[in-house]
Design a protein around this ligand. Structure first.
Ligand code: ZN
Ligand code: ZN
Length: 155
């Protein structure tokens, strides 16, 4: 049986902003889009969709960065780490960058998106791959499958 060992804490590279997570992720993802490649300075971004009631900033004041658009990308004001995203038009979860966690070792992406834009060598262990994004009505099935298969940190 899955054991998430919540709560988790995490923070940015410099430590000014600290986070506390008290609910398990609904879904985990890697995104290969060129926007994520630029914002991460890497091949893809990683996300854990955390229910909003289980997500808290406990120290520091993240600032908006990235596109400054309808989806709000939050960064540390000092070290500029990309910490989390509040997606456009969605209030019930926050997309945490799991590498902010003090222990991200449990994380694997369950789905990967925008493989149409991925670097040729980039590969992840995601169970489901999408050339762009899943259709809106596919998310319910994906979160159900994730809840049945996912594993949290080992005790
Ligand atoms: Zn920082
Ligand atoms: Zn992306």
């Amino acid at each position: 049986m899955r054991e998430w060992n919540l709560p988790w804490e995490g923070g940015c590279r410099c430590g000014q902003v600290r986070l506390k997570i008290s609910a398990p992720p609904l879904l985990t993802m890697a995104c290969h889009c060129t926007g994520c490649q630029r914002m991460t300075a890497s091949a893809f971004s990683l996300s854990a969709a955390i229910p909003s009631e289980g997500f808290a900033v406990i120290q520091g004041e993240p600032v908006i960065g990235g596109l400054h658009g309808a989806s709000r990308h939050y960064f540390c004001p000092h070290c500029k780490s990309w910490m989390f995203t509040r997606p456009e038009g969605i209030d019930f979860f926050v997309n945490l960058r799991p590498t902010m966690l003090d222990d991200p070792s449990w994380f694997t992406p369950f789905i990967e998106t925008w493989t149409s834009e991925k670097l040729p060598w980039a590969a992840t262990p995601a169970v489901h791959s999408f050339e762009k994004l899943p259709a809106f009505d596919e998310y319910a099935g994906l979160t159900k499958a994730y809840a049945e298969q996912a594993d949290g940190p080992a005790r």
